[in-house]
Design a protein around this ligand. Structure first.
Ligand SMILES: Nc1nc2c(ncn2[C@@H]2O[C@H](COP(=O)(O)OP(=O)(O)OP(=O)(O)O)[C@@H](O)[C@H]2O)c(=O)[nH]1
Ligand SMILES: O=C([O-])CC(=O)C(=O)O
Ligand SMILES: [Mn+2]
Length: 599
C-alpha cells in the first residue's frame, strides 16, 4: 500500500467539493468504529497486490498452485459464516407495510440503535477501507454508485472484482453527489452478533458480523437488489435477480434474454451456455452479459434495455465442470478468489462435480478430507472472478445503453407438475407467472435445503419493499407505447419416478431458448392451455437427444388436476398480501382457475 494512498479522514476530493457528504459520513463512521487507520481504495493493481500480500501473511488467503492457477487464492471462511442469512436480514422502512410480509422488518430508529451498538469500537486495531464503486459501466446512465466502508481486506479484494471500484467511481460520485452508503464490519463473526440491515428510504446499508458474499459484498444483493429495487420503483425501472445472455443465430441476429432463477438454480450456467454440437456447427453462439443481476429500463423505442450492474461473477463452485460449464471453468483458471472449496495435495482447488480425475486432500475447513465427514467443498463454495476473463463475455456488456431484451424467463426447481417450458399469454399473465414462482431452497442461504417455497421472480430474499407493490410496479410497464418482451417459465429440474432429472439441461437448454426466440418472431408453434402456451416435443429441436416416454409426457404435458391445486395455493399466497395486492393480478389468477375448471 503506497503511503499516499492513506489519507486522513476528510480529504477525498477538494474542499467544498460534492464529496463533502462522503467525507462527513466517513468521519462519523470512523468516530463510531474507531479504526487504527483509514484507507481510501483507488482500485489500483499496487493496492490489490499489497492487500493480497497482507492476507497471505495473516492466513486470510492461501496461495493456490501457481502453475495450474496463477494469481489465485483460497479463502476459508468461518465455518458458521458460509451463506446468506435471511433470518438476520431486515428491511427497515418507516411503515412496516412498506417492507411487506416478504421481508423481516424493524423500525429504522430501533434498527440503527441495535446495529450501531455492534459497530461501536469494532474497528479498533483494524484498518477502515473506503470503497467507492459503480454498479454498471462507469459511463452508463443506468448505473448507480455506492461507497462501502469495511474492515475486511477480503471484501475489498472481492469488491474490486465484482464492481467498478476506485478512482473512476469516486469521480462519478463527485460529479453526481449521490451514492448508496454501505457500512460493513466482520465484527467477531459471531452468528449471535450478526445483522444485515437495509434502510431504503436513506439509501443506507449496515451489515455486521459476516464476511460472506451476499452479506458482505454490499454492492451485490444489498445495493444492486434490495436498495436498487426501491430506487427503481421510484424512478421507473427494474432491479432484478436475473442473468442476461445474447443468442446469436446462424444469420448473425442476436436476441437478448433475461432470466430469473432463485439462488443456485442455474443462472451462471445458463448465462455461459455452450451450444450443443449440432448448433455450434450451424453457427449458433451464446454471449454472456451477466449471471446474477439485471437492471432494466424502457428505452425511447419502448423496448426494455438491460445492463449487468456487476463486473464479475460470484459463482457456485460445486457442479462446475468441463462438461457442465466449460466457459466458467476457462474463466477461473487464473486471477480468481475461491471461497470454501477443497484442495488437492498440490494445492489445486477441488469441488464435488469438478470431474477432472483429481482427488481432494483437504476439505473446505482445512481438515484432511474424509468422505464420512461430508463434502470436500462446502455446497455453497464460490469463485470470484472478473467477467472479462470469460470467453463468452459479450462486448455489449460494457455498452452504456444496455441491451434490448426480447424475452424474460422465470424458473425454479420444480421436481413435479411444472413442464419444461410455457409462455405467458400477455404481460399481466407473465407477471402472475413470476409472482407465483416456486422453488426448492438451496445452500445459497442458511437453513433447510430442498424445501418448496414461493420465490416470486427469484426475489424473495432480495426485494427491498412490499411484494404487492413490486408486482404493481411490474404491471405498470404495460403502457400503450411499450414493446415489452414475451414472458416464459422454464423448469430444468423436473424429475422422473426414479428421482433423476428428466431433461439433460445445461447446453441443451439452448433448444428451449431457440423455441422462445421462434415465439418472439411469431414462427414457432405452441398449444394453448389454461396455464399458457406449451410446445409439444415436436416443436423443439431435439436432434441428438433421446427422451424416454416418461420424459416426453412430463416435460411437455399439462396436468390439469395438479394445476388446479397449484392455482388454489397461488390464490392463497396472493391473498396473504391483503388489499395492497393489485386487483389485476388477482383477476388473472381467477381467470386461470375458471379456465382450469372448464375441463
Ligand atoms: N439439472 C440441472 N442442474 C443445473 C442446470 N443448470 C444449473 N444446474 C445446477 O444448479 C446449481 C447452481 O447453478 P448456478 O448456475 O451456479 O446458480 P445461480 O442461479 O447462478 O446461483 P446464485 O449465484 O446463487 O444466484 C449447480 O449445482 C448446477 O450444476 C440444468 O440445466 N440442469
Ligand atoms: O448473494 C450471494 O451470496 C450469492 C448469490 O448470488 C445468491 O445467493 O443468490
Ligand atoms: Mn444470486
Amino acid at each position: 500500500m503506497s503511503a499516499d494512498a492513506r489519507k486522513p479522514v476528510n480529504q477525498a476530493g477538494t474542499a467544498n467539493s460534492k464529496l463533502a457528504a462522503l467525507n462527513t459520513w466517513v468521519a462519523e463512521v470512523a468516530a463510531l468504529t474507531r479504526p487504527d487507520t483509514i484507507h481510501w481504495c483507488d482500485g489500483s493493481d499496487a493496492e490489490n497486490d499489497a492487500l493480497i500480500a497482507q492476507m497471505l501473511a495473516d492466513g486470510t488467503l492461501l496461495k493456490l498452485n501457481e502453475k495450474t492457477h496463477p494469481d489465485s487464492w483460497l479463502h476459508r471462511s468461518h465455518p458458521d459464516d458460509v451463506a446468506r442469512v435471511e433470518h438476520l436480514t431486515f428491511v427497515c422502512t418507516t411503515a412496516q407495510d412498506d417492507a411487506g410480509p416478504n421481508n423481516h422488518w424493524m423500525a429504522p430508529a430501533e434498527a440503527h440503535a441495535k446495529v450501531d451498538a455492534l459497530f461501536d469500537g469494532c474497528m479498533a486495531g483494524r484498518t477502515l477501507y473506503v470503497i467507492p464503486y459503480c454498479m454498471g459501466p462507469i459511463d452508463s446512465p443506468l448505473s448507480r454508485c455506492g461507497v462501502e466502508i469495511t474492515d475486511s481486506p477480503y471484501v475489498v479484494a472481492n469488491m474490486r472484482i465484482m464492481t467498478r471500484m476506485g478512482a473512476a467511481a469516486l469521480a462519478r460520485i463527485e460529479k453526481e453527489g449521490s451514492f448508496v452508503r454501505g457500512l460493513h464490519s466482520i465484527g467477531e463473526l459471531d452468528p449471535d452478533r450478526r445483522l444485515i440491515m437495509h434502510f431504503p428510504e436513506e439509501l443506507t446499508i449496515k451489515s455486521y458480523g459476516s464476511g460472506y458474499g451476499g452479506n458482505a459484498l454490499l454492492g451485490k444483493k444489498c445495493h444492486a437488489l434490495r436498495i436498487a429495487s426501491h430506487q427503481a420503483r421510484n424512478e421507473g425501472w427494474l432491479a432484478e435477480h436475473m442473468l442476461i445472455l445474447g443468442i446469436e443465430n446462424p444469420q448473425g441476429e442476436t436476441h437478448y434474454i433475461a432470466a430469473a432463477f432463485p439462488s443456485a438454480c442455474g443462472k451462471t450456467n445458463l448465462a455461459m451456455l455452450i451450444p450443443p454440437e449440432g448448433y455450434r456447427n450451424a453457427g449458433w453462439k451464446v454471449w454472456t452479459v451477466g449471471d446474477d443481476i439485471c437492471w432494466m429500463r424502457p428505452g425511447a423505442d419502448g423496448r426494455l434495455y438491460a445492463i449487468n450492474p456487476e463486473a464479475g461473477f460470484f459463482g457456485v463452485a460445486p457442479g462446475t465442470s468441463a462438461k457442465s460449464n466449460p466457459n466458467a471453468l476457462a474463466t477461473i483458471q487464473h486471477d480468481t478468489i475461491f471461497t470454501n472449496v477443497g484442495l488437492t495435495a498440490d494445492d489445486q482447488p477441488w469441488w464435488e462435480g469438478l470431474g477432472n480425475g483429481q482427488q481432494p486432500a483437504t476439505d473446505w475447513r482445512g481438515n484432511p478430507y474424509d468422505p464420512e465427514k461430508g463434502p470436500a467443498a462446502h455446497p455453497n463454495s464460490r469463485f470470484t472472478v472478473s467477467a472479462k476473463q470469460c470467453p463468452s463475455y459479450s462486448p455489449m456488456a460494457e455498452d452504456p445503453q444496455g441491451v434490448p431484451i426480447s424475452a424474460i424467463v422465470f424458473g425454479g426447481r420444480r421436481p413435479s407438475l411444472v413442464p419444461l417450458v410455457f409462455e405467458a399469454r400477455d404481460w399481466t399473465h407473465g407477471v402472475l407467472i413470476g409472482a407465483a414462482m416456486g422453488s426448492e431452497t438451496t445452500a445459497a442461504a442458511t437453513g433447510a435445503v430442498g424445501v418448496m417455497r414461493r420465490d416470486p421472480m427469484a426475489m424473495k430474499p432480495f426485494c427491498g419493499y412490499n411484494f404487492a407493490d413490486y408486482f404493481g410496479h411490474w404491471l405498470s410497464f404495460d403502457t400503450s407505447g411499450a414493446k415489452l418482451p414475451k414472458i416464459f417459465h422454464v423448469n430444468w429440474f423436473r424429475k422422473g419416478d426414479d428421482g433423476s432429472f428428466l431433461w439433460p439441461g445445461f447446453g441443451d437448454n439452448l433448444r428451449v431458448l431457440e423455441w422462445m426466440i421462434g415465439r418472439v418472431k411469431g414462427e414457432a408453434h405452441a398449444v394453448e392451455t389454461p396455464i399458457g402456451h406449451l410446445p409439444t416435443g415436436a416443436d423443439l429441436n431435439l436432434d441428438g437427444i433421446d427422451l424416454s416416454d416418461e420424459a416426453e409426457a412430463k416435460l411437455f404435458g399439462f396436468e390439469r388436476e395438479g394445476w388446479q391445486a397449484e392455482f388454489a395455493s397461488i390464490g392463497d399466497y396472493l391473498d396473504g398480501y391483503g388489499p395492497r395486492m393489485p386487483q389485476a393480478l388477482k383477476d388473472e389468477q381467477r381467470r386461470i382457475v375458471a379456465a382450469l375448471e372448464k375441463g
